[in-house]
Design a protein around this ligand. Structure first.
Ligand SMILES: C[S@@+](CC[C@H](N)C(=O)[O-])C[C@H]1O[C@@H](n2cnc3c(N)ncnc32)[C@H](O)[C@@H]1O
Length: 287
């Protein structure tokens, strides 16, 4: 077992990360006793630890871009630097962990007043930088493109107006700004700031670009008949995975293992509401 990571330590008295679609994804990876497994998103180690339990002989290469996670620290867009031999199975369990959301202090949650950082890797521009320096059109594009926010224009305008008076520092600065133009009574069931926060997190971490690069590099590193499993949590991610898999299948370099994405059972959603939007897609590489 790996040493307990800092994020896990911090989370011990709070809610831990519950791995999503755990058994479905491990079954789909079709591991053999001596397989090599690449976990591109180690997080709380839920999937890797279950692999270790079921297949003690499997060689696991685990990375995570978060420096507080106990794995090799890098983005899966740099997978080719880490994986120097072919691997038999790859898992990307995308997005953010419960540990990051609740215990990182980096401003991922609109329910906690924290510095507006949102960097998973601790490097590069912060969400605060985007809000305080990007122009209105660029911010509007982020909200619309990465959050599918319907009133992106209104929110972008409110952001610019506010920062002329006072710069953005904490999550509640942003929540207040969103609530002023999108009150709680808004017709959506989710919190009014949900889409704005999702959009900023994706932009700060360049998540969609990383996914496109990671899928390509992962597929190249895969052994013939190797399995590639991806769990996504929103439509933008899922569209990229779906199109990538479709193209590989069309050009006959891969075959589908899941014809339709696997989704969590009603019981899993009840036990772990965070799993409700999860979709698992799996393919196998051809000769
Ligand atoms: C949903 S969690 C994974 C949870 C893990 N499977 C478990 O069961 O404990 C996603 C993790 O992937 C990491 N991550 C997200 N995008 C990444 C990327 N492009 N490269 C490396 N790690 C990434 C995040 O830092 C986070 O720790």
């Amino acid at each position: 077992m790996p040493r307990v990571g800092r994020l896990i330590e911090k989370g011990l008295n709070q809610s831990m990360h519950k791995p999503v679609l755990l058994h479905e994804s491990i079954e789909a990876l079709d591991l053999k006793p001596n397989s090599i497994f690449f976990d591109g998103t180690f997080g709380g180690g839920g999937h890797s630890n279950e692999v270790r339990k079921q297949f003690p002989m499997v060689k696991i290469i685990a990375i995570d871009q978060d420096p507080e996670v106990d794995a090799i620290h890098t983005n899966f867009r740099n997978l080719d630097k880490i994986v120097t031999q072919k691997v038999d199975a790859i898992l990307f369990d995308l997005g953010i962990s419960t540990l990051q959301l609740e215990n990182s202090g980096r401003g991922f949650s609109f329910l906690k007043n924290e510095p507006l950082d949102m960097r998973m890797s601790g490097e590069g521009i912060t969400a605060r930088d985007i809000l305080n320096s990007w122009d209105e059109h660029a911010i509007e594009l982020v909200l619309r493109g990465f959050g599918e926010e319907k009133i992106s224009k209104k929110i972008a305008r409110a952001i610019i107006k506010r920062r002329k008076i006072k710069s953005f520092q904490t999550t509640f600065d942003l929540v207040e700004t969103v609530l002023a133009v999108k009150p709680k009574s808004w017709r959506e069931k989710i919190h009014p700031a949900t889409k704005t926060f999702q959009a900023l997190r994706i932009a700060t971490n360049e998540e969609l670009t990383s996914l496109e690069i990671g899928l390509e590099k992962g597929f190249r590193a895969l052994e013939v008949n190797g399995r590639f499993a991806v769990i996504s949590f929103h439509s933008l991610e899922d569209r990229i995975v779906k199109n990538f898999f479709r193209d590989k299948i069309k050009e006959k370099s891969a075959r589908p293992i899941t014809k339709k994405p696997i989704i969590p059972s009603a019981k899993e959603v009840e036990d772990n509401p965070r799993s409700r939007s999860a979709k698992l897609r799996v393919l196998a590489k051809n000769e």
